[in-house]
Write a protein that binds this ligand. Structure first.
Ligand code: GLN
Length: 298
């Protein structure tokens, strides 16, 4: 199979296509070549991955083959699988993703865990008010709301396209009523007389601007800069949120932030400088890297 040419034959069955593509991806140094081939072929054929194995001998029509070849061509150009298939699993839930949102990362489940630990499963008639800043695909707030239904969730997003994506994801998971989405540059759209929040969570952009181009081409070439770019020192958004959050948090409330694995010391200094927090704690991800800061307001 030549991805450049249009084959005139239907001799390609699922097994042969998978074998050919696995070799092709290996040659082009694409990660997890076999899995990637399976995910893309299943998507092209509107099947589950497991179905491929049950239909190994099934031939592909030339229409199916050309759809699949286009997916392979995009992947070779380093487009992330999640943008090709339009979906990504996070917290065992399926999320729709497009290039207007950052693809949810497994590391970010650590942020969700750190937040859920502090949210009681029962509201006891007193639901907590939880705000996410820069929700993107909505993965974090949707995961939280799916686990602790009774609380009141709010999520801000600067990009109109991303906010629409987040709303769609909440809708898919039946949580439209539980989460209020609004367009805002961090706290900007909040009214001064709003009732304070019990918890604010965020995975803001925290990559040093000058280091973005050195990231994997899947990230640097395809994911929204706005969701990655933490300005000259990587800390601009984190610093802004740490300094602003005390105006919107209840006394004794928590600010929970995802950070880069080398940002712990800087974050501790920023929190201390701010003077509004009584406790600062850092939590590691499953790879043992510093990943989440939990700040307790005085
Ligand atoms: N963890 C992301 C990465 O892989 C960065 C996400 C962010 O800046 N919030 O680059």
């Amino acid at each position: 199979m030549n991805v450049q040419a249009t084959p005139q034959t239907t001799e390609w069955n699922i097994q042969r296509v998978l074998e050919w593509t696995t070799t092709y991806f290996t040659t082009h140094r694409i990660d997890s070549p076999r899995t990637t081939a399976e995910v893309l072929l299943a998507h092209a054929l509107h099947l589950e991955r497991i179905d491929l194995y049950l239909r190994y001998d099934q031939p592909l029509s030339s229409a199916e083959l050309s759809i699949f070849k286009e997916f392979v061509r995009r992947r070779i150009l380093h487009e992330p699988v999640a943008y090709i298939t339009g979906q990504k699993e996070f917290w065992s839930l399926n999320f729709m993703v497009s290039p207007s949102v950052l693809i949810p990362r497994p590391d970010t489940e650590c942020l969700v865990e750190a937040a859920l630990e502090l949210l009681p499963p029962e509201t006891a008639g007193k639901p907590k008010r939880v705000l996410e800043l820069g929700t993107g695909s909505g993965a974090i707030i949707v995961a939280m709301a799916s686990e602790r239904k009774g609380h009141c969730y709010f999520a801000s997003e600067k990009s109109v396209a991303a906010a629409a994506q987040a709303r769609e994801n909440a809708d898919i998971h039946g949580l439209t009523e539980n989460i209020s989405f609004f367009c805002s540059d961090w706290f900007q759209a909040l009214r001064g007389d709003i009732q304070p929040f019990d918890m604010i969570v965020s995975n803001p952009p925290y990559v040093v601007a000058g280091e973005i181009d050195a990231l994997a081409p899947e990230i640097a070439g395809f994911e929204p800069r706005m969701a990655l770019d933490g300005d000259v020192d990587g800390l601009a958004a984190l610093r802004h949120i740490v300094q602003e959050a005390p105006h919107w948090l209840q006394s004794g409330g928590y600010l929970i932030l995802e950070i880069g694995s080398d940002q712990r010391t800087s974050m501790e200094a920023i929190a201390l400088d701010c003077g509004a927090y009584q406790g600062v704690e850092c939590i590691r991800d499953y790879g043992g890297r510093d990943r989440v800061m939990r700040l307790l307001l005085r």
